[in-house]
Design a protein around this ligand. Structure first.
Ligand code: KG4
Ligand code: ZN
Length: 340
């Protein structure tokens, strides 16, 4: 395990990502040699959301050119690859099958092991690619379009769930509220941008489960409240959209921050890792930074461009799992995916 070259492929949703990382004997964290990404957002925009069949077809078009780009950029050649990793799930079944199929075909052709990675583990470990990687143990706030979880992380593969959403994910709350306001897809970044011009206290919106006494989340009620408010505004909605966006963002962010602090208090840990697409939210970062600074808690984020889906986190998670001895290399090329 002194030095392994790991190729990683991500294709769970609407981004095709490919990356190469290298594990290094003494080093704690594998090094990212190159990564390439193709976002399908523009293609899906006309439909207001991801069209699974179009996503699969586009992954097929992109995955090999991206692989070639990554090899070129890193100066590595395909025969040097020691392990091929792919996202096994969760995600869109057809989209996952493209990455899994290509990874297993490559693995079989190169006669090297393949490794299926959990997409969320990729997000979770992605802050290790930043200039200031975290140390174990830490509390992780995982906030993506499909998941909202708080975890206690003691090491690679050592994850204890502390709480999660009982309905919508935080990213979903952003996206669905944005859709109600006619902000298109993906709504999170658009809503956040609009919120900059609005007042966060303009509308009173619920903070679901804020005082539930546990670490679970719920965002479905918030979405309903935003819808009710939007209807009530009627013709005034366009003029008040920025205020509604700011109020919605404030509600989501407040719950995420308070529950993260509660998780830190409950575990007694002094380190927080934030990962997943919503971790790119500026407001969330500012509030977490301020709250954690006041409590002498260190916060770690992935680099902004690695917050949303990418291949680097998949190659990294595979490499870290191999380094930690969590994986027996698999030379069975009959693959499966786990959409849920
Ligand atoms: O992790 P990710 O790329 O994909 C999933 O695995 O779900 O996360 C995508 C989610 C979307 O819901 C998107 O709206 C949200 O992350 N997101 C944001 C921001 N950037 C991405 N939400 C709020 N503010 C942002 N700046
Ligand atoms: Zn993701």
């Amino acid at each position: 395990l002194n030095s392994l070259l790991v190729l990683g492929i991500e294709s769970s949703c609407d981004e095709t990502g490919v990356a190469l990382v290298r594990t290094q004997g003494g080093a704690r964290v594998p090094r990212l040699l190159a990564h390439a990404l193709h976002s399908q957002i523009e293609m899906h925009q006309a439909y207001g959301g991801v069209v699974p069949e179009l996503a699969s077809r586009d992954h097929i078009r992109r995955v090999l050119p991206l692989t070639e780009a990554v090899l070129y950029e890193s100066g590595c050649t395909l025969p040097e690859v020691d392990v091929v990793a792919f996202t096994r799930g969760p995600g869109l079944a057809g989209a996952l099958l493209v990455g899994a199929g290509v990874a297993c075909a490559l693995g079989s052709a190169l006669e090297v092991p393949v490794l299926g990675v959990h997409h969320l583990e990729g997000h979770l470990l992605s802050p290790f690619l930043s200039a200031d990687p975290p140390e174990f143990p830490f509390v992780a706030l995982l906030v993506s379009g499909g998941h909202t979880q708080l975890m206690r992380v003691d090491g690679v593969g050592q994850y204890a769930l502390l709480g999660e959403t009982i309905d919508d994910a935080a990213g979903e709350a952003f996206d669905k509220s944005a859709k109600l306001m006619g902000l298109g897809y993906p709504g999170g970044p658009a809503l956040s941008r609009l919120a900059e011009q609005g007042s966060a206290v303009a509308f009173k919106l619920p903070r679901p489960l804020l005082h539930s006494g546990n670490l679970d989340f719920s965002f479905a009620g918030l979405k309903t409240a935003v819808m009710t408010q939007a209807k009530k505004l009627g013709d005034d909605l366009p003029a008040r959209k920025a205020d509604l966006a700011a109020s919605t963002e404030a509600a989501i962010v407040e719950v995420l921050v308070k529950k993260s602090l509660a998780a830190l208090a409950q575990t007694g840990l002094q380190r927080l890792v934030v990962a997943g697409g919503v971790g790119a939210n500026r407001h969330l970062r500012e509030q977490l930074n301020a709250a954690c600074a006041a409590r002498r808690v260190r916060v770690h984020y992935p680099e902004l461009h690695l917050c949303t889906d990418n291949g680097a986190m998949i190659a990294l998670a595979a490499a870290m799992r191999l380094q930690a001895g969590c994986e027996a290399p698999n030379r069975e090329y009959a693959f499966d995916v786990k959409p849920r």
